[in-house]
Every structure is written in structure tokens, then in C-alpha cells.
Design a protein around this ligand. Structure first.
Ligand SMILES: Nc1nc2c(ncn2[C@@H]2O[C@H](COP(=O)(O)OP(=O)(O)O)[C@@H](O)[C@H]2O)c(=O)[nH]1
Ligand SMILES: [Mg+2]
Length: 249
């Protein structure tokens, strides 16, 4: 199938996988899941990171989700375990801890239908706000977004948010390869920018997490993100843009 035809098929027959990474999020999940209409998407995949608070049993009781018991570790590992079984052309990553607003899922899907490769729900665009940020995460989000905008020629307002939609084919097309560090969100946008793909944002608040505890460690995550940026800056070029700098001898 030609690239043009397969792009066309994706837009008109787009299958959507909603991906939920979950580790001990019983309180948030019980409040958030009733607000998700399973008919918005084609499948819901829950990757359970060995929850001990009944989260897994709760998702089983819904009868609408495919549930994977995570074998790898961390959120990044959960992404990759989802990709192994996801049947969607588009993946929507969604945090069921209260940080992602379910009612924005249809808007994300609509925007993907206009031909975007990645659509992110920005917590800082057009007056949107994060109510989950503390001073450290607010500064970190601003700083990393400013750095990647300058280095990779983007105009994002929020490069790190989990809540976003993207074509599943990007995982292969952009040769995403970091499976153990919490940098998936940033690697996919940096590589998409290098390959000159279409990235856009819609505004969306980030409500406070509901119950449970944050698993993200700002200092560790920040160090991993710095490592990623240096690696992407010096070592990776998009195979798709290589023709721009190759000259006949
Ligand atoms: N499957 C899985 N999910 C995780 C893991 N760590 C965190 N999560 C989930 O990922 C989502 C975001 O995590 P959180 O700690 O709130 O990060 P933050 O929202 O970026 O501060 C939540 O739904 C967590 O339960 C993990 O190791 N495995
Ligand atoms: Mg959270």
C-alpha cells in the first residue's frame, strides 16, 4: 500500500487504542473511569504495574479493558508492553490518576483526523493550567520545553505531558529505542520534529491527582531527560531528512 493511501486509510478508518498505565490508582480510577465512554475508542489497554490496592480487580470488573500484568518496570516499560498488543492506528496515553480530563479524548481524536502525527494536551496553552504542578515540576516542564524548542526548532508549550495521541507507526518510523528510562514523551516529539512531522497541541487543564501517590521522581526524571536531549542532539538524525543534506558526487 502506498504511503499516501495508508495515510488516507488511517484518517478515515482510524482505530484508536486508549492506553492507561496504572500502579496503585484505585481512588482516581473509580472516579475517572465512569467518565470515559468506551465507544469513543476501539480498545482500552490497561498496563498494571503490579498494583496491590485493588486497581487491577477494579479494571477487570469493568469488562471493557484488556489488562496486562506488567513484566518490565516503570511507566516507560508499560508503554512498550502496550505497543506489543495494541491494534490501534492511534494510541492515546491517558493517566487515570485524575491528571487527564476524560472529556478531552474525543477532541484529541478529532484533531488526529485532520492529519496530525502527534496531538498533545498542553497544560500551558491558551490559559490552560496544571493544578498538579509544584514549583519544581512547573519549572522543569518550562525548562525542558524551552530547551527542546530551541534545539530542535519546535514551538511547543508542553513537551512532557503524558496525555496525548500519536500514530502508533511512529514507534517504528522514528526508531524509538529507549525502553527503560522515563523519556518516552520527549523522545517521540524530538524525533518527530527532526523528521518534520506534524505535531500540534490543544489546551487542557491538568487537575490534581486524586488519591494515591505520585510515582514520578523529579530529580531522577530530570536527569534522564537531560541525558536524552544530549543523545538526541549529537547522535541521532532522521533517516527521512538525510536526503536534504546528501549531494550527488
Ligand atoms: N504500569 C505502570 N504504571 C505506572 C508506573 N509508574 C507510574 N504509573 C502510572 O502512570 C501514571 C502517571 O504517574 P504519576 O506518578 O502520577 O506521574 P506524573 O503524573 O507525571 O506525576 C499513573 O497512572 C501511575 O499509576 C509503573 O511502573 N507501571
Ligand atoms: Mg500523575
Amino acid at each position: 500500500m502506498s504511503t499516501y493511501f495508508s495515510e488516507f486509510a488511517i484518517i478515515f478508518e482510524m482505530r484508536v487504542t486508549l492506553f492507561l498505565p496504572v500502579r496503585n490508582e484505585i481512588i482516581g480510577s473509580k472516579i475517572i473511569m465512569p467518565r470515559i465512554n468506551p465507544r469513543w475508542v476501539d480498545e482500552i489497554i490497561v498496563v498494571d504495574g503490579n498494583s496491590t490496592d485493588g486497581s487491577r480487580e477494579y479494571y477487570e470488573s469493568l469488562g471493557t479493558c484488556k489488562i496486562i500484568s506488567q513484566k518490565s518496570s516503570g511507566v516507560c516499560g508499560a508503554y512498550w508492553e502496550c505497543f506489543e498488543i495494541a491494534t490501534g492506528d492511534v494510541i492515546i496515553a491517558f493517566s487515570p490518576d485524575g491528571n487527564s480530563i476524560p472529556e478531552l479524548i474525543p477532541a484529541l481524536i478529532e484533531k488526529m483526523k485532520s492529519g496530525e502525527d502527534i496531538v498533545m494536551v498542553s497544560r500551558y496553552l491558551d490559559g490552560a493550567k496544571s493544578f498538579d504542578d509544584d514549583q519544581v515540576t512547573r519549572f522543569g516542564n518550562w525548562m525542558f520545553t524551552a530547551i527542546v524548542n530551541i534545539l530542535f526548532g519546535m514551538r511547543l508549550t508542553d513537551s512532557l505531558v503524558m496525555f496525548r495521541a500519536y500514530k502508533k507507526s511512529l514507534v517504528e518510523r522514528l526508531a524509538l529505542d529507549i525502553k527503560t528510562l522515563p523519556v518516552f514523551e520527549l523522545q517521540i516529539v524530538i524525533r518527530a520534529a527532526k523528521a518534520k512531522l506534524r505535531i500540534s497541541e490543544i489546551p487542557g487543564d491538568e487537575p490534581k491527582r486524586i488519591g494515591g501517590k505520585r510515582k514520578m521522581h523529579p530529580l531522577y526524571n530530570g536527569s534522564c531527560l537531560l541525558y536524552l536531549i544530549l543523545k538526541e542532539l549529537f547522535f541521532w538524525r532522521s533517516p527521512e531528512s538525510s536526503h536534504e543534506t546528501t549531494y550527488p558526487s
